[in-house]
Design a protein around this ligand. Structure first.
Ligand code: ASN
Length: 361
């Protein structure tokens, strides 16, 4: 469905619709537990959210002008695809001029991938795009949806106290009590409310009794207008190493027809077996033009190719060291950069650079 045809529902709040000073915020509902209910077989399935203000009467107390846009077929985020990311980006681009900030209600399972993908696709973003969701559906009495959504809306509306400029011009994830850069988020919990961690980068804000922003960690406003990219390369894979991995597994993965890029999940500071068959598989993939991005299985620390003998050959093979990037941000970065269709040298440069704060330089 073209993004232009989706209707917006205006939600009643304390801010009068004619109050020009009240920030206008758009909530985009994509699915996830936040809007789920149990089906006849006892499984949680996504539902239409309907009138969000009925399940969350506290929204009426907010001093913002709120609109809600629901995707026609909400999904469990385990079903999300790159096409959904491009659609979401298109929606945000279409409504960009009419809202001060955006909150994306999304399932938690792949929220970190979606937030990273949107970070790349929305270039020169100058407004907040805050992903949030819930571990318990909004209709349940112990739901975390209210608290997550209300704080996400406050973040989306936040300005610097004196300059009145946008406080968080980034794609980010707010969950439980922390605001995380979109390219640094990782889901680490499926049972507790604190489901996300900020990997290798400080949280952009912490929500306790007050909402405390770490302004020095937040990107500055861009100097150019928003550019919404429209292509992602889907010929990518992730190859996670483990002791005992065989040539058959490595060869089959790197030999996938149409493969353009692969995240190599290595050990420690980017190390891998030195067995001749392994290095041959990598060299053959490189000869076929497959980009290899070396990402560590460690949650903290960084890839330093050549520190050990077990990664000494990587630079000469043209394998790109991913520094401290997460797998989520690496997979989506490959999709984005390879989707640009650039030549060898600019592709390598973009893969090595921090494009949206995904690596610490
Ligand atoms: N399976 C759900 C989803 O990702 C999990 C959640 O939202 N808490 O859509």
């Amino acid at each position: 469905m073209p993004a232009a045809n989706l209707p917006l529902l205006s939600l009643p709040t304390r801010a009068d619709s004619a109050d020009a000073a009240a920030p206008r915020l758009l909530i985009i509902y994509t699915g996830g537990t936040v809007g789920m209910a149990v089906n006849g077989s006892g499984e949680l399935v996504p539902m239409q959210l309907g009138r969000l203000d009925r399940s969350m009467p506290e929204l009426a107390r907010l001093p913002f002008r709120l609109s809600l846009l629901s995707l026609p077929a909400p999904i469990d985020s385990s079903n999300v695809t790159p096409a959904d990311w491009l659609f979401l980006a298109q929606l945000i681009g279409q409504h960009y001029a009419d809202f001060e900030g955006f909150v994306v209600l999304h399932g938690t399972d792949t929220m970190a991938y979606s937030a990273a993908a949107l970070s790349y696709v929305l270039e020169h973003l100058g407004k907040p795009v805050v992903f949030t969701g819930a571990q318990v559906p909004v209709g349940a009495s112990r739901s975390d949806a209210q608290r997550n959504l209300i704080t996400a809306l406050e973040i989306a509306a936040a300005c610097h106290p004196r300059a009145r400029t946008v406080r968080v011009p980034e794609v980010c994830v707010f969950f439980n009590d922390i605001l995380i850069r979109g390219t640094r988020a990782k889901k680490v919990e499926s049972q507790q409310f604190a489901a996300f961690k900020s990997e290798n980068y400080p949280p952009l804000a912490r929500a306790g009794i007050s909402l405390d922003f770490d302004d020095k960690s937040i990107r500055l406003l861009p100097g150019a207008p928003l550019k919404v990219h429209t292509t992602l390369e889907t010929g990518v894979a992730v190859l996670r190493l483990f002791p005992g991995i065989t040539e058959a597994v490595v060869g089959a993965t790197l030999g996938i027809a149409g493969l353009r890029g692969c995240v190599l999940e290595t050990y420690g500071s980017g190390n891998a077996p030195t067995a001749p068959w392994f290095l041959r598989c990598l060299a053959e993939a490189r000869q076929r033009g497959v980009w290899l991005l070396n990402v560590s299985q460690c949650e903290e620390g960084r890839v330093v190719q050549g520190k050990y003998e077990t990664s000494a050959r990587f630079a000469e093979l043209g394998i790109v060291g991913g520094d401290d990037i997460t797998t989520e941000a690496a997979v989506t970065k490959l999709m984005f950069v390879l989707g640009l269709g650039l030549g060898e040298q600019p592709t390598r440069e973009l893969l090595m650079q921090s494009l949206r704060g995904e690596i610490t330089s």
